[in-house]
Unconditional design. Sequence first.
Length: 245
Amino acid sequence: MSFCPESRSRPRCRADGAGRRVRAGVALLALAGAAAAQQAAPPGGVIYTCTDERGRRLTSDRPIPECLAREQRILNRDGSLRAIVPPALTAEERAAKDARDRREAERRAALADAIRRDRNLLTRFPDEAAHQRAREAALDPVRETMRGSVKRIDELAEQRKPLLQETEFYIGRALPLPLKAKIEANEAAMAAQQAAIQGQEAELDRINRLYDAELSRLRQLWSGAPPGSLGPVAAAEHDASTAKR
Protein backbone atom coordinates (compact mmCIF):
# COMPACT_ATOMS: atom_id res chain seq x y z
CA MET A 1 0.00 0.00 0.00
CA SER A 2 1.47 3.38 -1.06
CA PHE A 3 1.33 6.56 1.04
CA CYS A 4 0.30 9.80 -0.59
CA PRO A 5 0.80 13.09 1.30
CA GLU A 6 -2.24 15.28 1.78
CA SER A 7 -0.53 18.14 -0.03
CA ARG A 8 -0.57 16.27 -3.35
CA SER A 9 -3.60 15.56 -5.49
CA ARG A 10 -4.60 11.94 -5.71
CA PRO A 11 -4.11 11.67 -9.50
CA ARG A 12 -0.56 13.00 -9.18
CA CYS A 13 0.05 10.69 -6.28
CA ARG A 14 -1.15 7.67 -8.27
CA ALA A 15 1.15 8.62 -11.16
CA ASP A 16 4.14 8.90 -8.88
CA GLY A 17 3.39 5.48 -7.40
CA ALA A 18 3.17 3.90 -10.84
CA GLY A 19 6.51 5.41 -11.81
CA ARG A 20 8.18 4.04 -8.74
CA ARG A 21 6.79 0.60 -9.52
CA VAL A 22 8.12 0.72 -13.09
CA ARG A 23 11.59 1.78 -11.95
CA ALA A 24 11.62 -1.02 -9.37
CA GLY A 25 10.64 -3.54 -12.06
CA VAL A 26 13.43 -2.40 -14.35
CA ALA A 27 15.95 -2.72 -11.52
CA LEU A 28 14.75 -6.25 -10.78
CA LEU A 29 15.08 -7.22 -14.45
CA ALA A 30 18.61 -5.82 -14.53
CA LEU A 31 19.59 -7.81 -11.47
CA ALA A 32 18.07 -10.97 -12.92
CA GLY A 33 19.95 -10.43 -16.19
CA ALA A 34 23.24 -9.97 -14.36
CA ALA A 35 22.67 -13.13 -12.36
CA ALA A 36 21.86 -15.07 -15.53
CA ALA A 37 24.98 -13.74 -17.21
CA GLN A 38 27.11 -14.82 -14.27
CA GLN A 39 25.58 -18.31 -14.39
CA ALA A 40 26.16 -18.53 -18.18
CA ALA A 41 29.84 -17.55 -17.92
CA PRO A 42 31.87 -20.76 -18.13
CA PRO A 43 34.26 -21.63 -15.30
CA GLY A 44 37.81 -20.70 -16.17
CA GLY A 45 36.55 -18.54 -18.98
CA VAL A 46 36.39 -21.24 -21.70
CA ILE A 47 33.59 -22.45 -23.98
CA TYR A 48 33.29 -25.86 -25.65
CA THR A 49 31.74 -25.78 -29.10
CA CYS A 50 31.08 -28.40 -31.76
CA THR A 51 28.75 -29.36 -34.59
CA ASP A 52 26.75 -32.52 -33.89
CA GLU A 53 25.84 -35.20 -36.42
CA ARG A 54 22.65 -33.31 -37.30
CA GLY A 55 24.60 -30.17 -38.16
CA ARG A 56 23.62 -28.26 -35.04
CA ARG A 57 26.23 -26.03 -33.46
CA LEU A 58 26.39 -26.71 -29.71
CA THR A 59 28.18 -24.80 -26.97
CA SER A 60 28.77 -25.56 -23.32
CA ASP A 61 31.05 -24.76 -20.43
CA ARG A 62 32.17 -28.40 -20.31
CA PRO A 63 32.81 -31.23 -22.80
CA ILE A 64 29.67 -31.85 -24.86
CA PRO A 65 28.38 -35.44 -24.61
CA GLU A 66 26.66 -35.23 -28.00
CA CYS A 67 30.03 -34.56 -29.63
CA LEU A 68 32.25 -37.15 -27.91
CA ALA A 69 32.74 -38.83 -31.28
CA ARG A 70 33.39 -35.49 -33.02
CA GLU A 71 35.98 -32.76 -32.77
CA GLN A 72 35.34 -30.15 -30.08
CA ARG A 73 36.93 -26.72 -29.94
CA ILE A 74 37.76 -24.93 -26.72
CA LEU A 75 37.40 -21.15 -27.04
CA ASN A 76 38.58 -18.37 -24.76
CA ARG A 77 36.03 -15.83 -23.57
CA ASP A 78 37.02 -13.50 -26.40
CA GLY A 79 36.23 -16.21 -28.96
CA SER A 80 39.85 -17.10 -29.77
CA LEU A 81 40.79 -20.76 -30.08
CA ARG A 82 42.50 -22.25 -27.03
CA ALA A 83 42.63 -25.94 -27.94
CA ILE A 84 41.04 -28.69 -30.02
CA VAL A 85 39.75 -31.87 -28.40
CA PRO A 86 39.96 -34.78 -30.87
CA PRO A 87 37.08 -37.24 -31.17
CA ALA A 88 36.96 -40.08 -28.65
CA LEU A 89 38.31 -43.35 -30.10
CA THR A 90 36.33 -46.52 -30.55
CA ALA A 91 37.62 -49.74 -28.98
CA GLU A 92 39.11 -50.81 -32.32
CA GLU A 93 40.70 -47.42 -32.90
CA ARG A 94 42.10 -47.40 -29.37
CA ALA A 95 43.62 -50.88 -29.88
CA ALA A 96 45.17 -49.77 -33.18
CA LYS A 97 46.55 -46.60 -31.58
CA ASP A 98 47.99 -48.58 -28.66
CA ALA A 99 49.70 -50.93 -31.14
CA ARG A 100 51.16 -47.97 -33.04
CA ASP A 101 52.33 -46.40 -29.77
CA ARG A 102 54.03 -49.66 -28.74
CA ARG A 103 55.80 -49.96 -32.08
CA GLU A 104 56.96 -46.36 -31.87
CA ALA A 105 58.19 -46.88 -28.30
CA GLU A 106 60.07 -50.00 -29.39
CA ARG A 107 61.59 -48.08 -32.31
CA ARG A 108 62.75 -45.28 -30.02
CA ALA A 109 64.16 -47.78 -27.51
CA ALA A 110 66.04 -49.63 -30.28
CA LEU A 111 67.45 -46.36 -31.57
CA ALA A 112 68.56 -45.28 -28.10
CA ASP A 113 70.17 -48.70 -27.58
CA ALA A 114 71.99 -48.49 -30.92
CA ILE A 115 73.28 -45.01 -30.08
CA ARG A 116 74.52 -46.18 -26.68
CA ARG A 117 76.24 -49.27 -28.13
CA ASP A 118 77.87 -47.29 -30.96
CA ARG A 119 79.22 -44.77 -28.50
CA ASN A 120 80.57 -47.59 -26.35
CA LEU A 121 82.26 -49.10 -29.41
CA LEU A 122 83.91 -45.79 -30.25
CA THR A 123 85.07 -45.39 -26.66
CA ARG A 124 86.58 -48.89 -26.48
CA PHE A 125 88.04 -48.86 -29.98
CA PRO A 126 89.39 -45.46 -31.02
CA ASP A 127 91.21 -47.10 -33.96
CA GLU A 128 91.58 -50.38 -35.83
CA ALA A 129 94.68 -51.43 -33.91
CA ALA A 130 92.73 -51.37 -30.65
CA HIS A 131 90.01 -53.51 -32.22
CA GLN A 132 92.56 -56.01 -33.52
CA ARG A 133 94.06 -56.35 -30.06
CA ALA A 134 90.61 -57.10 -28.68
CA ARG A 135 90.05 -59.70 -31.42
CA GLU A 136 93.31 -61.45 -30.58
CA ALA A 137 92.48 -61.37 -26.88
CA ALA A 138 89.15 -63.07 -27.62
CA LEU A 139 90.72 -65.68 -29.91
CA ASP A 140 93.69 -66.59 -27.71
CA PRO A 141 91.81 -68.63 -25.04
CA VAL A 142 90.13 -70.71 -27.76
CA ARG A 143 93.42 -71.22 -29.57
CA GLU A 144 95.06 -72.31 -26.32
CA THR A 145 92.29 -74.82 -25.69
CA MET A 146 92.65 -76.11 -29.24
CA ARG A 147 96.40 -76.56 -28.76
CA GLY A 148 95.62 -78.59 -25.66
CA SER A 149 93.22 -80.79 -27.64
CA VAL A 150 95.80 -81.34 -30.39
CA LYS A 151 98.43 -82.22 -27.80
CA ARG A 152 96.04 -84.66 -26.17
CA ILE A 153 95.36 -86.33 -29.53
CA ASP A 154 99.09 -86.76 -30.05
CA GLU A 155 99.39 -88.35 -26.61
CA LEU A 156 96.49 -90.70 -27.34
CA ALA A 157 98.10 -91.65 -30.66
CA GLU A 158 101.32 -92.57 -28.84
CA GLN A 159 99.36 -94.58 -26.28
CA ARG A 160 97.59 -96.41 -29.10
CA LYS A 161 100.79 -97.67 -30.77
CA PRO A 162 101.72 -100.33 -28.18
CA LEU A 163 98.11 -101.43 -28.00
CA LEU A 164 97.99 -102.01 -31.74
CA GLN A 165 101.33 -103.82 -31.62
CA GLU A 166 99.92 -106.11 -28.95
CA THR A 167 96.95 -106.98 -31.15
CA GLU A 168 99.33 -108.57 -33.65
CA PHE A 169 99.71 -111.52 -31.29
CA TYR A 170 95.98 -112.20 -31.59
CA ILE A 171 95.49 -112.20 -35.35
CA GLY A 172 92.63 -114.52 -36.12
CA ARG A 173 91.67 -114.73 -32.45
CA ALA A 174 89.50 -112.68 -30.14
CA LEU A 175 91.31 -109.94 -28.29
CA PRO A 176 91.55 -110.26 -24.54
CA LEU A 177 88.91 -108.18 -22.83
CA PRO A 178 91.42 -105.88 -21.00
CA LEU A 179 93.24 -105.10 -24.26
CA LYS A 180 89.99 -104.58 -26.11
CA ALA A 181 88.76 -102.22 -23.38
CA LYS A 182 91.97 -100.16 -23.54
CA ILE A 183 91.72 -99.81 -27.32
CA GLU A 184 88.06 -98.76 -27.13
CA ALA A 185 88.79 -96.22 -24.38
CA ASN A 186 91.61 -94.81 -26.46
CA GLU A 187 89.33 -94.50 -29.50
CA ALA A 188 86.60 -92.84 -27.44
CA ALA A 189 89.05 -90.33 -25.99
CA MET A 190 90.42 -89.61 -29.47
CA ALA A 191 86.88 -89.03 -30.84
CA ALA A 192 86.08 -86.69 -27.94
CA GLN A 193 89.16 -84.59 -28.61
CA GLN A 194 88.41 -84.44 -32.33
CA ALA A 195 84.84 -83.28 -31.56
CA ALA A 196 86.28 -80.70 -29.18
CA ILE A 197 88.56 -79.38 -31.92
CA GLN A 198 85.60 -79.07 -34.28
CA GLY A 199 83.76 -77.07 -31.65
CA GLN A 200 86.80 -74.87 -31.07
CA GLU A 201 87.16 -74.23 -34.79
CA ALA A 202 83.49 -73.23 -34.94
CA GLU A 203 84.04 -70.88 -32.01
CA LEU A 204 87.04 -69.28 -33.70
CA ASP A 205 84.93 -68.76 -36.81
CA ARG A 206 82.08 -67.26 -34.77
CA ILE A 207 84.40 -64.82 -32.99
CA ASN A 208 86.03 -63.76 -36.24
CA ARG A 209 82.64 -63.20 -37.91
CA LEU A 210 81.55 -61.15 -34.91
CA TYR A 211 84.65 -58.99 -34.99
CA ASP A 212 84.43 -58.66 -38.78
CA ALA A 213 80.88 -57.28 -38.50
CA GLU A 214 81.92 -55.05 -35.62
CA LEU A 215 84.90 -53.76 -37.57
CA SER A 216 82.71 -52.96 -40.55
CA ARG A 217 80.43 -50.93 -38.29
CA LEU A 218 83.36 -49.20 -36.62
CA ARG A 219 84.87 -48.19 -39.95
CA GLN A 220 81.65 -46.39 -40.81
CA LEU A 221 81.55 -44.73 -37.38
CA TRP A 222 85.20 -43.71 -37.66
CA SER A 223 84.34 -42.20 -41.06
CA GLY A 224 81.72 -39.95 -39.47
CA ALA A 225 78.46 -41.94 -39.45
CA PRO A 226 76.38 -40.71 -36.47
CA PRO A 227 75.95 -43.25 -33.63
CA GLY A 228 72.67 -45.09 -34.05
CA SER A 229 72.37 -44.36 -37.77
CA LEU A 230 73.55 -47.83 -38.84
CA GLY A 231 70.62 -49.76 -37.42
CA PRO A 232 70.40 -51.95 -34.33
CA VAL A 233 73.34 -53.93 -32.99
CA ALA A 234 72.75 -57.64 -32.44
CA ALA A 235 72.58 -57.67 -28.64
CA ALA A 236 73.42 -61.36 -28.17
CA GLU A 237 76.54 -61.19 -30.31
CA HIS A 238 77.58 -57.88 -28.79
CA ASP A 239 77.22 -59.21 -25.26
CA ALA A 240 79.12 -62.39 -26.16
CA SER A 241 81.92 -60.27 -27.56
CA THR A 242 81.99 -58.07 -24.46
CA ALA A 243 82.14 -61.11 -22.18
CA LYS A 244 85.35 -62.30 -23.86
CA ARG A 245 87.19 -58.97 -23.44
